[in-house]
Design a protein around this ligand. Structure first.
Ligand SMILES: [Zn+2]
Length: 305
């Protein structure tokens, strides 16, 4: 009985912040600015419907389409008008594994030109940075140097705790959409939603093992056609699992986010795995299980490179 009560309390307390990378669009097939506009307006409508305040992380290089720059700027402005925040994901999606520290610093500065102007115009902050590939550095010194640089420019690093292979499902979805294969695209969404639930359960277990409680989670997804079409159902599923939506700012107030991390090196797993590595603490699970469904099989054929 006590266990039930405790469980019930933990359920009620679960919270999650939503972050969306590669704004305005991440696509494995050719796209137009109107495709990007459609993706973003669907994402924003779903967020607003569920009263979720998300941060969209921008790659400004994706706005530089000749004759379409204004449309791209309007698209970003829609985020601010909808009550969301914009963050910096750097110019060119430059990672901190294949590129130098200096190249990353340059990409941060270059990547904030339009976003800083837009956010200032709307009286909104520009305060979060998400590392492309969530690579935080090759070694401790580089990680520290980059974080000092970000901090001096007024940025807080945006960590994440939950990801669920959305790039894999999105790739299949993009390819099927290109072929107008509607029957199979809806099957992708079903598999994707099932994989979300399985993944979230694993991250909940990691949170329990590390902190003995459910910390506010931070979901990382991308501005894809798939998420545009699935976000409403995803948010509904998360609500059904006992989550309420909080801003990134609120999630980061939790003491768990003060836990140190080591440099990511090449691979950028969930911060839950990074904390476990730095503590160090052995966990029974380290991230979402590999997708094993018809979409994963299709990805092997459609998205091999
Ligand atoms: Zn990205």
């Amino acid at each position: 009985m006590i266990a039930l009560l405790v469980c019930g309390t933990a359920q009620a307390a679960k919270s999650i912040a939503i972050t969306i990378d590669d704004v305005p669009i991440s696509s494995k097939t050719p796209y137009s600015v109107s495709d990007a506009a459609s993706v973003n307006s669907k994402l924003l409508a779903a967020l607003q419907k569920h009263h979720a305040t998300a941060v969209g992380f921008v790659n400004e290089d994706r706005l530089l389409v000749r004759g379409q720059v204004d449309a791209g700027i309007d698209l970003l402005d829609q985020w601010l008008i909808a009550g969301m925040e914009l963050g910096n994901h750097n110019f060119g999606h430059v990672g901190l594994w294949k590129s130098t520290l200096q190249e990353n610093q340059d990409a941060v500065v270059k990547g904030e030109t339009i976003t800083r102007w837009l956010t200032a115009t709307r009286g909104k902050p520009l305060r979060y940075y998400r590392h492309p590939f969530t690579q935080t550095g090759r070694n401790a010194e580089e990680k520290q140097a980059f974080e000092d640089f970000l901090s001096a420019r007024g940025y807080t690093v945006a960590p994440f705790t939950i990801e669920h292979d959305d790039y894999l499902y999105a790739c299949v979805y993009d390819k099927l959409t290109l072929n107008q294969d509607e029957e199979r695209t809806s099957a992708v969404i079903e598999n994707y939603l099932a994989h979300l639930e399985v993944s979230v359960r694993v991250y909940e277990s990691m949170s329990d093992q590390l902190f003995g409680r459910q910390i506010p989670q931070i979901l990382l997804i991308h501005a894809t056609r798939l998420n545009a079409d699935a976000l409403d159902a995803m948010l509904m599923k998360l609500e059904d699992m006992g989550y309420r939506f909080v801003s990134l700012e609120t999630a980061l107030l939790d003491a768990a986010y003060q836990t140190p991390t080591k440099e990511s090196r090449q691979f950028g797993p969930s911060w839950l795995a990074r904390w476990a590595r730095a503590m160090p603490k052995k966990l029974t699970v380290y991230g979402q299980p590999d997708p094993k469904d018809a979409t994963a099989d299709m990805a092997l054929k459609l998205c091999a490179n």
